[in-house]
Design a protein. Structure first.
Length: 137
C-alpha cells in the first residue's frame, strides 16, 4: 500500500516498510563536515550513502529532524557543498539529509561522484583468473 508524505517532503511516497526514492542511493564513503545553520558548530562525520537529492551520514550524535545545515563532502581533489535539512535521525547511528540548494559548480562534482559510484556498482565481479596464483609442484 502506498501513502503520500506531507507536502514539501523530499522522500516521496512510501510503502509500509521503506520509502520509494526518486533516484537511487549509492554506497559512498568520504569524510564530511556538517555546519549547523546560524552557529559556528562543525561536526566531522562520514558519508555512508549518496544520491542526487541527499545523503546519509554516519554519526554517533545525529541532529534532530528539521535541523538546517550546510554539508561539505570531501573526496579526492574535490569537495561538494550544499545547504540541507535533516529529514530523519537514527540515534547513535546517523542521519539522512535532503539537499535544499546546490550551486551549479557543486552539482557537477556530485554528478561525477554518482557516475563513478554507478560504474563501480555495475562493474563485473573479479574473476578467479584475475588473481595471480602459483601452484607449487
Amino acid at each position: 500500500m502506498l501513502t503520500e508524505h506531507k507536502a514539501g517532503s523530499l522522500a516521496g511516497p512510501t510503502t509500509m516498510e521503506t520509502p520509494i526514492r526518486r533516484t537511487p542511493r549509492f554506497p559512498f564513503s568520504a569524510p564530511a563536515e556538517v555546519l549547523r545553520t546560524g552557529t559556528q558548530i562543525v561536526d566531522k562525520t562520514r558519508v555512508h550513502e549518496l544520491s542526487l537529492y541527499g545523503c546519509y551520514l554516519d554519526t554517533k550524535n545525529p541532529l534532530q529532524r528539521g535541523t538546517q545545515v550546510v554539508v561539505k563532502i570531501f573526496s579526492g581533489d574535490h569537495f561538494f557543498e550544499a545547504s540541507a535539512t535533516v529529514i530523519y535521525s537514527q540515534p547513535t547511528l546517523g542521519m539522512g539529509l535532503a539537499f535544499r540548494e546546490v550551486k551549479p559548480v557543486f552539482l557537477v562534482v556530485l554528478q561525477k561522484w554518482l557516475r563513478q559510484a554507478l560504474e563501480k556498482q555495475n562493474a563485473p565481479p573479479p574473476s578467479i583468473d584475475d588473481f595471480d596464483s602459483e601452484v607449487e609442484e
